[in-house]
Design a protein around this ligand. Sequence first.
Ligand SMILES: *[C@@H]1O[C@H](CO)[C@@H](O)[C@H](O)[C@H]1NC(C)=O
Ligand SMILES: *[C@@H]1O[C@H](CO)[C@@H](O)[C@H](O)[C@H]1NC(C)=O
Ligand SMILES: *[C@@H]1O[C@H](CO)[C@@H](O)[C@H](O)[C@H]1NC(C)=O
Length: 383
Amino acid sequence: MIFYTYICFLLHILIISSLQQKSLLGNTIRKELSKFQCDIHDFTSTYKNEFQESPFRNRSIKEITASWQSTFPEGNYRTNTKNSIPFSRMNLREPDTILRMAEYQAMIYCKSTMVGAPSDISSIRNMAKKNLRVGNFTIEATGFDRKRVSYWYIASNIAQQSIILVHRGTKTSNPSDVFDDLDRFNIHNSHGLLNRDFSYLSSSKDVYVDSGFYQRFQHEKTAIVSALRPVLSRYSNPAFSFIVVGHSLGASWAFLNAAYFASQNDINQRMSAIYTFGQPLLGSAAFVNEITKKLNTPNERYVRVVNRNDMVPHIGCGKCIQPEYATEKWIMNTNEVVWKDCDGGKDLKCSSGIPCNKLSWSNHSAVGKLSMRGEFCRIASNS
Ligand SMILES: *[C@@H]1O[C@H](CO)[C@@H](O)[C@H](O)[C@H]1NC(C)=O
Ligand SMILES: *[C@@H]1O[C@H](CO)[C@@H](O)[C@H](O)[C@H]1NC(C)=O
Ligand SMILES: *[C@@H]1O[C@H](CO)[C@@H](O)[C@H](O)[C@H]1NC(C)=O
């Protein structure tokens, strides 16, 4: 990753100096220079994030619990009475709904308490007893990565009448995951290659996706779909909602899975919502816009949550963008937690308006005051 960024710097210097030699007009140079400064900022910020010890690492159970309690307006989760409200009766874009999904997301970072245990699933199961927003859920299926760490899971929740598919993102130990998965090359749909998975996309070279993200999706697609279909039929009551959730790399992965589900009639009929947290840029304007349109037809289903000045939603493959549709829910970059509905990925009054030198990794694993780090799983029991 460091090597790659270094090459990028060299290229930029080359471009800048050749432009200067040709004494082209200042505008192009200024643009290149500011892109260059952004790249340096991204790089140093990532570097710092990677090598500095996280201030969240040593928080005590008391601190973790207090911090989590502060995500309730009334400040006391012991009176939490909302965790048995069915998803379909909640408002798609309300902070309370979003925070419920952020909790399902956070649990995938649970660490096992047993040394050498292949999975973290028992720690996740333990969370069902704690009277959190996730309430009393059951783990239905799980997937593990090559290092036997949980990668995705499917949960059911009878009281909430929901089935939730959660995708893991970048591990805090390796934030450069994001860079590793990016910028190799793009897969274009000029030969209809992408139509095998996303039948509704138009065949055009302008429709393309970053190959790293696409490969991750492809790799787990069969495993996820064969685990999902039986769960959907077990809870065949149409009142049950199926919700797709992802964070960071897992957000792009969730987006691609949802895009795939949208082409499978049986699954598409059941899919009620897609929540992504800190989703990187993964495809061209045509790609993300066509998928977003499909996801939001006939009803709005896709909520793209961006936390404060998080850098990750701003980085991705060349010319990749956020969808133009009004899907972003931004937690404003202020000390207070203020939620804002945005007018598409180009809305300068939302996260797109943050200058690149103000972007940072530090809020990538949070949703307002809710930390989605592994520490989430250490919240005190509320019995
Ligand atoms: C975390 O705790 C360890 C040992 O208790 C200590 O050495 C380390 O400096 C602490 N790190 C932070 C960021 O507080
Ligand atoms: C939790 O849900 C399961 C079914 O998913 C049910 O068997 C169990 O009784 C529930 N527990 C509580 C405490 O409600
Ligand atoms: C968010 O970022 C600010 C500084 O940018 C930092 O003070 C704060 O602790 C961060 N919050 C979380 C939950 O990471």
